[in-house]
Design a protein around this ligand. Structure first.
Ligand SMILES: Cc1ncc(COP(=O)(O)O)c(C=O)c1O
Length: 496
């Protein structure tokens, strides 16, 4: 649908005008000049400036020398709109964030009210009402046994905080050697040096080595590519869980502090795990006094059809990292849930956790999170995701009639479609084919066909889908039709 979004003037420019006197050695800032001159700016100006002065995250910039950047200018409900006037289904909820959809007036109102009441106060030595209220609310919907919330601004900081708290906890409770962490192959846990050490994607780490020592990997639960035949998925689950015990024994139980696991692993394409896996993982962590950390940065807040994947799959974690959809993406916020035992040593009257973030638990973000959780409850979004999930799965499974679709997997509103060269042998794409197909075709073709989602080859190539929980069967059909068209063309290109 064509809409007119691209022309905007910026009132800030006039305010900035007298403050900005540039010298000839400074970069040419044509967009700023246009804004200062009171000219309307739009796609053309954003393209030029974006290409010359912006640095996008995890993005190869070379295509922008020939083509344009995709610039998203507006979001509403489960749609986003780009600077050229195209309307797209938001098939990824922003980045697994906008679970209640875009542009919710309730969230804007909560933010405005909070800004006028208390716009900022850090959680350093002081509390503020919204963080206290939000912590209570979170504990009321979280897994059993949690009693403390440590606020961050996102998932990476949650991972970082969990590891640091684990280390200090063991130092204060007579097990000072326990500091190592174990996580799973291909899992993504964030980008800071600590979180990146826990991340299991070698390509993301190479340029930043040496990283924090003491982080080890075990196999994930990719049943589609299990290393050998198993009688059933539960048996595979036990096999995969036992690799954790093996790793703990290899490293020495006295040195291992924590195991980080996502309820559904995103990188690699929605690896779910059978019941047997999480049951056995829990047993192993208890046996060796290893902290079980559920990283629910993506799976939290309804994505799996429960408030948290830890509840849906009865994971019983000791710590739980959440972020992203806590505010439906309208504000940056993360919340690390902890059992009280991790706080106990800090009750000695002198001990402090020397760790925190200026914006962790920002009052405006907390107010927005409270309003967001109210929307979830008022609109029964969790139940909606749970009851609609089998329909979503069935709709995507129709794609199995395409020769390029090897596997459809996931749960809740979180699915991956794995692309293969040969369905029978499950032969995957070579690096060069993946490069050609994903970067050279799929990502843009999906956008052109009307959906924003992700073709991802951090593991084997997949298309990742995680639409807002406000979507339903009508949108599932639209998503299926778009994927069918684009994947049919992709198969031709792969074999052409
Ligand atoms: C499982 C998991 N952990 C941590 C992170 C990092 O979160 P953030 O980008 O908010 O720092 C992500 C991001 O997608 C994630 O998926």
């Amino acid at each position: 649908m064509a809409i007119s979004e691209s022309k905007k003037t910026n009132p800030l420019a006039n305010l900035l005008k007298p403050l900005l006197k540039r010298t000839s050695s400074e970069p040419e800032l044509a967009l700023l000049d246009a804004m200062q001159a009171g000219k309307e700016v739009g796609d053309k100006e954003w393209q030029k400036s974006g290409k010359e002065h912006s640095w996008l995250h995890f993005t190869r910039h070379s295509p922008f020398s020939k083509g344009d950047m995709n610039i998203i200018v507006r979001g509403e409900g489960h749609f986003i709109y780009d600077s050229k006037g195209n309307k797209l289904i938001d098939g990824l909820s922003g980045l697994f964030t906008c679970n209640a959809g875009h542009a919710r007036p309730e969230l804007a109102a909560a933010a405005q009210k909070q800004m006028m009441e208390l716009d900022f106060m850090p959680l350093w030595s002081y509390g503020h009402p919204r963080a206290i209220e939000l912590a209570e609310k979170l504990l009321s919907i979280g897994p059993e046994g949690m009693n403390r919330i440590f606020f961050t601004t996102g998932g990476t900081e949650g991972v970082e905080s969990a590891w640091k708290i684990a280390k200090q906890y063991f130092k204060m409770t007579g097990k000072p050697q326990k500091h190592k962490v174990i996580s799973r192959m291909t899992a993504y846990h964030g980008t800071s040096h600590g979180a990146l050490s826990i991340t299991g994607i070698p390509a993301f780490k190479q340029m930043f080595e040496p990283l924090v020592p003491s982080a080890f990997r075990v196999p994930n639960t990719n049943y589609y590519r299990a290393p050998h035949e198993f009688a059933n998925e539960d048996e595979f689950g036990i096999w995969a869980a036992n690799r954790l015990e093996e790793a703990i024994l290899f490293e020495g139980p006295d040195t291992v502090a924590a195991f980080f696991v996502e309820p559904i692993q995103n990188a690699g394409g929605c690896f779910t795990a059978p019941k047997s896996y999480f049951k056995r993982i829990r047993e192993i962590c208890t046996k060796y006094d290893v902290i079980l950390v559920a990283d629910e940065t993506i799976t939290g807040y309804g994505r799996t059809g429960e408030w948290f994947g830890s509840i849906r799959y009865d994971i019983q974690p000791d710590m739980m990292i959440t972020a992203k959809a806590i505010t439906s993406g309208a504000q940056p916020l993360g919340a690390l849930f902890l059992k009280e035992k991790f706080f106990e040593p800090f009750k000695d009257g002198v001990s402090t956790l020397a760790h925190g973030y200026t914006f962790g638990g920002h009052p405006v973000a907390c107010a927005v999170a409270l309003a967001n959780l109210e929307i979830f409850e008022r609109e029964n979004l969790i139940e909606r995701a749970r009851t609609n999930s089998p329909i979503f799965r069935k709709t995507l499974e129709k794609l199995y009639d395409l020769p390029i679709v090897g596997d459809v997997r996931g749960d809740g509103y979180f699915f991956a479609v794995e692309i293969v060269k040969d369905k029978k042998t499950k032969e995957t794409l070579s690096r060069a084919e993946s490069e050609k197909l994903l970067r050279g075709f799929l990502n843009n073709a999906l956008l052109e066909a009307g959906i924003y989602c992700r073709a991802d080859d951090r593991g084997d190539p997949v298309i990742q889908l995680a639409p807002p929980l406000t979507c339903g069967p009508k949108e599932f059909d639209e998503i299926e039709a778009i994927l069918r068209k684009v994947l049919t063309e992709a198969w031709k290109r792969l074999n052409g």
